[in-house]
Write a protein that binds this ligand. Structure first.
Ligand code: ATP
Ligand code: MG
Length: 251
């Protein structure tokens, strides 16, 4: 497991309720968790609150109670990149313009923003496609643009919401390997990856720790450490044992 010496984000007893017209639904129930420099997978049944939890870690939504403390470099304003569950590229912008957009929004001059965008597009293997529009890209390429866009803001924390679930198995597999490469090689400043998934094998393949959530309202049901060296071999007996264990916890 990656050393968990220092927490980057601390979830301190957070809960979330959505309510309208007097009815309220509890989605997240008293979750406490420290996220360090690690690859963390969050696993849970559909509708349990995974995306809600991720949006709160991203700071785009507030918990109803409890608090989230960031220990990132820019204390207070978390430095996060977000890969959304459904691809959301802007159709009338090219791949390069899509990746440069959040940089420009942060006040980086256009030229410099495009230079940075170009670097991250080439990191995900799309240097030849910077002038293509989303419609002209395959599903896997679009998801690469999404990943490049999340990385381009040079976040310390990369949040990914089921980023591989819409892709065919081969594309998903090569993107998983690329993502692990980018993270392990240190070419980006990302220290923590938080990956939401409902795929047990993906979680065991990618993560240092797997946080298993209960059905809604989401509570932490178990945390499993994956102490297998990388690259991991899905056919090894150790791998199979962990997969069985995690399946036991989710079912
Ligand atoms: N903005 C919102 N307003 C009201 N209810 C919401 C809102 N966002 C999410 N919910 C509710 O919260 C619950 C959890 O939703 P969430 O999207 O977090 O689940 P999830 O675990 O990501 O599901 P999936 O695996 O299908 O992506 C659902 O019941 C959903 O209806
Ligand atoms: Mg979701």
């Amino acid at each position: 497991m990656a050393e968990l010496v220092e927490a980057l984000v601390i979830l301190d007893n957070i809960s979330k309720e959505y309510g309208s017209r007097g009815k309220s639904v509890r989605v997240i129930d008293n979750i406490s968790l420290e996220i360090g420099s690690e690859f963390l997978a969050i696993l849970g049944p559909s509708g349990c609150g995974k995306s809600t939890l991720l949006r709160m870690i991203a700071g785009v939504e507030k918990p109803s109670s409890g608090r989230i403390v960031y220990k990132t470099h820019d204390k207070g304003s978390p430095s996060v990149g977000f890969v959304f569950q459904s691809p959301n590229l802007i159709p009338w912008l090219t791949a390069l313009e899509n990746v440069a957009l959040p940089l420009k929004a942060r006040g980086i001059p256009a030229r410099e923003a495009e230079e940075i965008a170009r670097r991250y597009l080439s990191l995900v293997g799309l240097q030849e496609f910077e002038n293509f529009y989303p419609d002209e890209l395959s599903g896997g390429m679009k998801q690469r643009v999404n990943i490049a866009r999340a990385l381009s803001v040079e976040p310390e924390i990369l949040l990914m919401d089921e980023p591989f679930s819409h892709l065919d198995p081969l594309t998903a597999e090569s993107l998983r390997a690329e993502l692990l490469d980018i993270w392990l090689s240190g070419v980006s400043p990302v220290k923590a990856v938080v990956l939401v998934t409902h795929d047990v094998i993906e979680a065991v393949y990618m993560a240092d720790r797997i946080v298993i959530l209960t059905p809604r309202p989401a509570r932490i049901s178990k945390i499993v450490s994956v102490n297998l060296p990388r690259p991991r071999n899905r056919l090894s007996p150790e791998f199979g044992k962990l997969v069985d264990l995690v399946y036991e916890y989710v079912s």
